[in-house]
Ligand binder design. Structure first.
Ligand SMILES: [Mg+2]
Length: 273
């Protein structure tokens, strides 16, 4: 009997230890867990032919709008287009895929080596469009939030991909603010801007910056005729200001908090099978 009781006692103790260790470690929701949620979005960019089709479609639309603009433009300023770089011209999904399985998110500490590795591919249709614009006498200004630290790597990449106007004048990197409006204003002083191209609403107007989810949508609705005309938007299901809006700007929230905020934003079917 004593022996049986002793075994029971050991068993209870073992269960308590397992539960305690589980609560302290195993149950904590980590950044690695959070990164798992990106798998399908990255799959979509990397494997779906639909992504390629949408990219071509978007650049075809840009070309059509540029042609229309040039057919009626009678101003004296030279014509330019303003383009974002990441996920508009370059596809960085290989970096995003690398984060899957890691217990950390995006940071400039790893973005630098990624840029230096020079592995990003061009978004389908990008190289052809910007060279088409050049052939029509239209200059491209690259307004990007890539930091100056990575300027050389970014220049090298754009040149290697065959993009035009990759020089000091036409590359406007992030210096003191992620707000792109001051850089757009610099271009607008001397050029007539025919189109803006980007994957993030910050690539078009500053009115969307740091706004919550519903307000971002309301601002988009207010100018619905601009989309697909002057404002050419590319799909990016992997990251963007839309994600920050879900976190109410709190990018420093824990993985568990981010997971909760993401799930709190799901509109769910209320159905019991
Ligand atoms: Mg971008």
């Amino acid at each position: 009997m004593k022996k049986i009781n002793g075994n029971k006692g050991n068993f209870k103790l073992a269960v308590m230890v397992i539960v305690a260790v589980g609560l302290l470690t195993g149950c904590a929701y980590t950044t690695k867990d959070l990164n798992e949620q990106s798998v399908l979005a990255i799959n979509w960019v990397q494997t779906s032919a639909e992504y390629r089709a949408i990219s071509y479609q978007t650049y075809n639309l840009a070309r059509l709008n540029l042609d229309n603009f040039l057919a009626t433009y009678a101003g004296s300023k030279p014509v330019a287009v303003i383009a974002d770089v990441d996920e508009t011209i370059t596809d960085n999904s290989v970096y995003q895929a690398w984060l899957v399985g890691q217990d950390f998110g995006y940071s400039s500490k790893t973005w630098g080596p990624w840029i230096a590795a020079n592995l990003a591919e061009a978004v389908p249709g990008a190289v052809e469009f910007f060279n088409y614009a050049k052939a029509k006498g239209v200059e491209t200004f690259y307004v990007t939030n890539i930091k100056m630290d990575f300027a050389e790597g970014a220049k090298k990449k754009l040149k290697a991909l065959g993009l035009p106007f990759v020089d000091e004048k036409h590359l406007l990197f992030r210096i003191n603010t992620s707000d792109k409006q001051p850089r757009r204003d610099i271009v607008a002083k001397d050029y007539e801007i025919a189109l803006l191209l980007g994957d993030n609403l910050n690539d078009f107007l500053s009115v969307f910056r740091k706004k919550p989810v519903a307000e971002r949508s309301a601002e988009v609705d207010k100018i619905k005729d601009e989309w697909g005309r002057k404002f050419i938007v590319f799909p990016n299901p992997q990251y963007g200001d839309w994600e920050g809006a879900i976190y109410k700007g709190n990018w420093g929230a824990s993985a568990a908090e981010k997971d909760k905020m993401r799930k709190d934003h799901l509109e769910r079917w209320d159905y019991a099978p």
